[in-house]
Design a protein around this ligand. Structure first.
Ligand SMILES: N=CN[C@@H](CCC(=O)O)C(=O)O
Ligand SMILES: [Zn+2]
Length: 416
């Protein structure tokens, strides 16, 4: 494995001497930085880093590749803790319906939305799904993502859910990205179960979960707990059943209403609750000191033209906030985490330091990989971005639409 020395780094961002799992409240506006820095990568890991004033070329292996990062920033690669990037086809037709004024719930109620993708999923080939998803992964690497969580949930039948999860397993093996998988059998209620959705919940619990666990296909379990989708009771039943297989929840909550999703997630020690447009004082109280990462998905709120989660209120109350892409064909057809950072700043009034914490440390925690990724720390995986020459961290959310990443390094290897 080749070793790297990155020298003359204008600013080395998000350094960490001792591991802290996530940052919360007013600490989110703090970002550890070393200006004029170097960093050494060995065997795929961060070996050491420091200030150029202490740099001496002799201390490094002679065969190390040296990168001059003058005028450039080096950061941990983004961790995207919420995506649905295995899907059969775009849903641009619904997009026009949305422009004409149909709501997300209206589109879902007439069999569009998630059910539209689920119909196509039944006949999609595993190889095609894999190839399309690999392309999407290449694309997000170019935008600086180094780790990604991917959900099932466009299958909604035993076979198709397993098919999606097997595709994710292949992606884990084939891609240099760090990938986590979530089983989301309870993403929508199939038409044939409308009016008797507890029978679909039975299917998720009695047939899907055991099969997923038997093949060890999922790292986490997810439920869409919201109006028109799964109730608090459904969610409680599924999460209880999943716990027997050791599956920790990461759930969709409070996107469409005060659904109780946040509270039921916290009760089940969810690693994260995601969306959170409808978050009030009770929800904030439930989240405080819970260990559950509140995760906002700006792409979906923007694309669906919905209310924005109260990020500032949450941080003022002392909560951490994570930002993820929600890359999916229906409500957020982009996995560009730099755009998510710009949305974080413009739409949620988050400072550049806050958005960087929200897409590195806090998303690493939200996907259970904070001990290996999310910061520049000795011994962590060398998943890094080197920016183009840019003035400073403010430029990252400021220059929306522009790719500020020049080089992505995964496992210590420069990705071409
Ligand atoms: N809100 C629920 N699920 C997805 C939407 C998926 C879709 O519309 O295909 C989301 O996170 O936005
Ligand atoms: Zn989602």
């Amino acid at each position: 494995m080749n070793n790297l020395i990155i020298k003359n780094i204008k600013s080395l961002i998000q350094t960490e001497e001792q591991h802290i799992p996530y940052v919360a409240g007013s600490d989110m506006a703090k970002l550890p930085v070393i200006n004029n820095a170097w960093l050494e990568v060995k065997d795929g890991l961060i070996k050491d880093y420091g200030s150029m004033s202490d740099f001496s070329a002799q201390q490094f292996a002679r065969d190390a590749e040296v990168i001059d990062a003058s005028d450039r920033l080096v950061l941990p690669a983004w961790c995207d803790s919420h995506t649905h990037l295995v899907y059969p086809k775009s849903r641009d037709v619904e997009y026009v319906d949305k422009i004409k004024g149909l709501s997300y719930e209206e589109i879902a109620a007439r069999g569009g939305g998630i059910l539209n993708s689920a119909k196509l999923m039944q006949t999609a080939s595993e190889d095609q799904l894999f190839e399309d998803a690999m392309q999407r992964l290449q694309e997000i690497i170019r935008w600086g993502t180094g780790a990604v969580e991917i959900k099932s949930g466009y299958g909604l039948t035993l076979e198709s859910e397993l098919k999606m999860l097997r595709v994710i397993r292949r992606l884990k093996e084939a891609s240099p990205l760090t990938i986590k998988s979530s089983f989301l059998g309870a993403h929508s209620i199939p038409m044939e179960y409308r009016g008797k959705q507890e029978e679909y919940v039975d299917l998720v619990i009695n047939e899907m979960l055991p099969a997923v666990a038997k093949e060890d296909l999922a790292d986490y379990v997810d439920v869409f707990c919201d109006v028109g989708f799964f109730t608090v009771e459904d969610t409680d039943r599924i999460l209880n059943a999943a716990a027997k297989y050791g599956l920790t929840p990461k759930i969709h909550a409070n996107e469409l209403d005060y659904s109780g999703g946040i509270q039921v997630g916290v009760q089940h020690n969810a690693l994260s609750v995601d969306h959170l447009e409808f978050t009030g004082d009770d929800e904030i109280k439930a989240l405080l000191n819970s260990g559950t990462m509140p995760t906002i998905l700006p792409g979906a709120a923007f694309f669906l033209n919905m209310a924005y989660a109260p990020a500032r209120k949450m941080m003022d109350a002392g909560l951490p906030v994570a930002l993820a892409s929600d890359f999916n064909p229906g409500s957020s057809p982009s996995g560009n985490m730099q755009l998510i950072m710009s949305m974080g700043s413009v739409l949620y009034r988050m400072l550049p330091e806050e958005v960087i914490n929200a897409v590195t440390k806090n998303t690493a925690y939200a996907m259970g990989i904070d001990k290996e990724l999310g910061s520049i720390m000795k011994g962590k995986k060398a998943n890094l971005v080197i920016t183009k020459p840019i003035p400073g961290i403010e430029y990252l959310p400021y220059a929306y639409g522009e790719n500020k990443v020049e080089t992505t390094i995964l496992n210590g290897v420069i990705i071409k």
